[in-house]
Ligand binder design. Sequence first.
Ligand SMILES: [Zn+2]
Length: 271
Amino acid sequence: MSVPALEIGGRPRHLHPFVLGYEPIPESLSIHGGDPARYLLEPVTAAAVCYPDAWVLLDTGFDVDVVRDPVRRAARFNYDSYTAIVPPGDPLLDQVAAAGLDWTRLAGCALSHLHLDHTGGLRLLVGGPPVIVQRAEWEFGRHAGPREVCAPQDYLRPGLDVRLVDGDAELAPGLGAIDTRGHTPGHQSFRIDLPDRTVVLACDAADLLAGITGSRRCGWTAAPALEAEAQTAVERLHALAARPGVEVWPGHDPDWWAWQRHADVGVYPFR
Ligand SMILES: [Zn+2]
């Protein structure tokens, strides 16, 4: 598999935030030093980057078919104090439709990492456009399972056109991957250059805004050895947030405006 550059004309025009479900997460898993007894009901987020004649999907939420099947759900979400909450219908299909996006114009998908709250929608991309993952994440994910909070059934399914990138990379015009490894070995955040600003989707390198503002790394890493890299990642995001014209969006913050407004209005164009 070679390095991809999605062939898309034009530049990003809009960003559609999606909230594809919710999950209760102890604060200590979201941010280093957080309270292990304080639970946050965190949004499971994704986004569509819209070009004049195409769009790119960033992350994909849960596999709602698994969430709604008691047997498969029990096998996948088999640990304490965690559950996957999904709204009625198929939130990804419904929110893509509400945003006025056409699946035939989907140019590609990129995954921040391979945790199961980000990979479930890949079932919709079999036979579809490229799915971009960091090479280090793919190596991690190929051997991962429930212990690593991964569902290989999602991303090892036949028919996905997986493309691998290494570190910082341009994925498409005005859409970049930012190496934020640490949470997992190949985690990436995304930079979207919009007409009036740049948005950086931190994803799980910073679940909460406090991680970005306070340079506090994520509370969960796939291995203790990754903690230093997780700290480096959040410091990168902190530095980006200080730049004029750059907004860094935390990946799972229940209080972040983009994820809140969505719940109120269903879908909205970016300003
Ligand atoms: Zn994660």
